[in-house]
Design a protein. Sequence first.
Lengths: 860, 133
Amino acid sequence: MKRVSLRRLLDVLGGLVFALLVLVPSVTGLGALPALGGALNPGTGVWRISADAGTAQSGDLTLPGLKQPATVSFEDNGIAHVKTGDDADLFRVVGYLHARFRLVQMDLTRRQATGTLSEVIGAATLEVDRFERDLGLRRAAERDWAALKDDNPAKTTLQAYSDGVNAAMRELRSDNRMPTQFAVLGYEPADWSPVDSLAVQRLVGQKISFDSQAPLFSYAEKTMPPEAFKAWFPDVPENQQHPYAKGPFQKLPLTSLPQRAFPDPATTSGKANAAGQTKPGGPLAVGAELASLLASLGELPDNGSGTMGHSNSWVVSGSRTESGKPILSADPHLPHSLPSIWYQLEGRSPGYHFTGVTTPGLPVPLLGKTDDFSWGLTASQRPTTLYYLEKTEEGRPNEFYSKGSWQPMTLLQEKIAVRGQSDVDHTIRLTSHGPLMENEGITAAVWWAGTLPNDNLHSILKMLRAKNVGEFRDSLSNWVTPALNFSYADRHGDIAMFNAGVAPQVDGHPPTLPLPGDGTAEIAGSIPFEALPSSVNPPEGYIVSANQREVTGDYPYQYSTSYNWVLHGWRDGEIVDRITSAGKLSFAETAALQSDWHDNNARQLVPLLLEALNGEKLSDAEQKTVDMLRAWDYNATPESLAPAFFDSFKNRVSWVTFEPWWKHYGVKQNPGEYLLPKGPDAGAWAQETLRGTVLGWIQHDPENKYFSLPDGTKRTTTQVLREAFHQSVKRTVDKYGADLNGWRYDKYQKVLFPSLLGISALDVGPIPWGGNPRTINTAVGTRDDDNGNPLSNLATAGPTWRLNVDWGTGEANSIFPAGQSENPMSPWYANGVPVWSKGQFWPVLENDAVKATAEWRLGS
Amino acid sequence: MRTVLIGVAVAVLDAAGLLAGWWWVTVLVAALAAYRFAGKRVLLAVLVGTALAWGLSMLVQAGSQLGAVADLVAAMALNARGLGWVVIVVSLVYALLLALAGSWLGGVVRRLSAPQVASVQEESVEIVEAQHV
């Protein structure tokens, strides 16, 4: 009997233990695994086909709140065409569309903007959340939403958009067709609100305009003699510039900036309300299979949502075009990602008709065309992120010294929800200048224009209704941030470029370097809109913006310098050269120009090198290199050979020139060690400016003292160029071999389109590629290898959308290297990549020209 | 015939619960079957019924896209393309583990509530059965 009882006991205990082992992970998850019951359940888990997994199918759909029936037509490439009978309905349908095709992207973007990524990802994103909460995008969004008056069309638009997003979410939930990614991550998104859209709007601005150049370059400024710093990093770059505003300039009185109080009125409780928007499925902690996914999501800000905002846009008047009417071309440069930052659509309602790219989370297009005009954007390089070095004392942890007395900081206490662990307390410390943050190893109060009160959405809505250049310009007069150049071309024959956004001016101190926080460097005001750079129908017949300095050196306000933005003069130089050397520019030519890989730096530097090598004794490899360079047209195509050499040479010219001097001066590196190059072939921020400086000196100031050595040894530019040449040939032969056929550019130059989730299995590429950061068809490597060295030949950023509009022929085309759907199962996930990479386009179709393959008929 | 009927009943009940989003029905149905019926054949029927219910439910949801869905999940969870079959296998194994857990618990309850038998032979049979359910 005893033996039997023991077995019974073991039977019971065994059953219970086994059941617990199976049921606990089923209910709560295990490690990084979500709750397995919900995740693997065929009914509600990962096995559902989410709504965005395929192409759209025709049918009747319900969208509550619609005032009139609406339609959405889809081309076979996924481009959507929305037609509504009411203006608010238009943005309601846009919200619905975004949520149907980009809900995961929208939720992650909202979470990044509001500092709530850790709630669903875990500790990997804690620093990102802290950063965003310090910066205060959500505080600003809440404040601005509260300030919107009922009669402001932006308010109606935001509410209608949110209603559309939420209607789609309700539909997806009830149909059990939420995106698979949510099932894997184990949570579902909460409802969308207008504040979320305003926070996302600021995040877009952050990607374009937030920078830490001031603390970065302060390492050089503090350790170099002032005259040396000014010579190496002048206000106006030394290489040839192409400002579109050439003066004469008028100095108008400064205007006041939008007033921002700390804490912002919306957060007087001192508690941010950013967390708690979601329903996480269960505690997750890094440690199992999903750990890698969560870790890659933790790096989100470094890839799909990172920073890097270049752009090209040019407008050419009818006097220079084949069609006799203006042409506009625009291509914003941002990090590539799948899905893209852009969702392209045509929107038509009684008050609006536009085609352009929207950002999921925002209701309006940011670039595109209307019936009357087309417009593009480029980032302006003038400083809008100011750093104040606050004086503090150990015994006064929450005070700062300003204007002769100790002032209390405003403290905001927040709790950050972190998946898999308890909430983390976070204190935001605000001085009168902004939140105290650490950037580049320097703690400073950050004054960033991106959180100033703004009503930019209203500006865009006004702009979309503009009928001519005057109305377009007026719509931008209240634009606050980010600082942008708006290019413009219209059906009437006008072309223009307007710089818009606040431009802070600081008395007696350069705003491009850290400022004293003691009250002696307060912002006196902003450059008035009327005095910002602009150009309307210039006599030369074209206007180009490629992030170059917009104004000449005699501009009477504090403006940009050669170091608060880099990559000056190369792309704009090439574009200007092409436009002015062409006969009458055709639509096809301007579209092809966007895929151009000519290197303007090489175009200027290589002839100087070849001249310097006259009479120099060369080895066989060096002679072959010279012969190759003589035959090179400076086009960095995938099959070209010369870029392998020039990649090294461009860096070594400035290395040979400056390296002895920065050693002599003891210039310090920033903590991340990317201010100065770590080696002769490495890129670095200072290197980008010095590239222009040394070229300008070779061209115009060959006797400059910095060509000689600090010990007084005299060197000529010829000696510097020869030395850089010998070093570069040796390095290239060592790396790629003596056979020039091994130097093909596409053997090592690639482009990659990373998945937004950071999952390499969902990436597209790497694809053999050409170009570099200085070419019109820009290719920028934003990633580092495991040792922290930049992967400059793996382009992960570049033209994210291309638009061309010819107002004479009526032709328009566009392309983006991604697709309309975020679902990797969808044929619309990356269908734009092969078209984009061949330099081809999709035609921009509107109205009756649309060849729809499916249509949604929406009713309330 | 009885075991076939049990298997079919398990499959139908499981599938209905799964499509409603109730994954725990798998445990409950297995427990009820093992409580009501004893024997290795019953256990086999429960496991086959469970596998059928999960497999068919997955097919109903994903249809011809089953492999593509599995591939996407594998890409997200394992960061690898082409391992969708692993996700399918893991799902089915997980379902069988749920059914085993339910069967074991159901069997325990049945055995605890049944009168004790003195015969060593019967005991042995019961122990063997316990090890199987």
